[in-house]
Design a protein around this ligand. Structure first.
Ligand code: NDP
Length: 255
């Protein structure tokens, strides 16, 4: 997908939240060898070094892989954010990240955002965005700096589709990223997901992930299992019909 700053982000990737530091390099390597080209990490996950190691071990050129990381809550502010980015670059073993996000709103968001604009200008970061922000928080950043976040990473999935927020994103040209697209795996046992999956001859996880792709949302499900990594990746060779999409949309009405 093309972001509002012209960068092109792979719409599908691997999330590494809760992946232990010691397991991360192996997992990232396996995923990249399977064909993943986008990894979503964060300073707070404590596994950036493993992401960098996995990238080198896989032998995939750096420029072929999209790496997102997120600013730690304790590093808000102009100078602290800059230092925190440099520490991430050292851990990842790279001279730039493709996307740097403010992980959560906090204090001094405008000063932090000014630092993000500077990081983008000097090339250490290709795209800048936010996560878990609401409209007011985003408008405050744009009013102060004129820089519109390229993405907002929020907890969106068929159970909580955040339609209003996504309309706002579209109006502003902000790409929606989904965290927890499978609701930490729970949606894979939902009766609607099972029914649609049986109908199209796919797995519940695949139809849920496909729903996100067809709604124009960027996803990076986490899996520590090679079989499920491959399963989640295999979602580009089928399409859900309007009826199937509408059936999945009904999940939002389930108690
Ligand atoms: P997900 O919705 O991606 O679900 C992950 C869980 O689902 C794991 O327990 C995994 O188990 C299971 N799973 C994965 N694939 C399958 C499958 N095919 N069938 C059945 N179960 C499956 O949750 P996450 O919380 O990990 O979210 C994804 C990513 O979003 C994170 O890794 C992180 O990068 C990002 N995130 C960002 C946040 C933010 O505040 N910005 C907050 C939370 C997450 P197993 O490993 O055993 O396969």
């Amino acid at each position: 997908m093309t972001l509002n700053d012209g960068s092109v982000i792979p719409q599908f990737g691997l999330g590494v939240y809760h992946v232990p530091a010691d397991d991360t390099a192996g997992l990232v390597r396996t995923a990249l060898q399977l064909g993943y080209r986008h990894v979503d990490t964060a300073q707070g996950y404590g596994n950036e070094a493993g992401v960098g190691q996995g990238l080198r071990d896989a032998g995939v050129p750096r420029e072929d892989v999209w790496i997102t990381t997120k600013l730690d809550d304790g590093a808000h502010g102009y100078d602290a954010a800059q230092r925190a980015l440099d520490a991430s670059l050292r851990r990842l073993g790279t001279d730039h990240v493709d996307l740097f996000l403010v992980h959560r709103p906090g204090e001094a968001d405008v000063e932090t955002w000014r630092a993000f604009a500077a990081m983008r200008a000097d090339g250490r970061v290709r795209s800048v965005g936010v996560s878990n922000f609401g409209r007011r928080g985003i408008e405050q950043l744009v009013d102060a700096t004129g820089v519109v976040p390229a993405v907002n990473q929020i907890r969106v999935n068929p159970r909580t589709p955040h339609r209003g927020m996504r309309r706002y994103h579209r109006r502003r040209g902000i790409t929606t990223e989904s965290w927890g697209p499978l609701r930490e795996g729970r949606l894979t046992t939902h009766p609607i997901a099972r029914r649609v999956a049986a109908r199209v001859g796919r797995t519940p996880a695949q139809v849920i992930l496909r729903w996100h792709l067809q709604r124009g949302i960027v996803v990076f499900p986490k899996s520590a299992d090679p079989g499920r990594l491959a399963e989640n990746l295999a979602i580009t060779d089928f399409t859900l019909s309007r009826r199937e999409m509408a059936a999945i949309d009904l999940m939002r009405r389930w108690k």
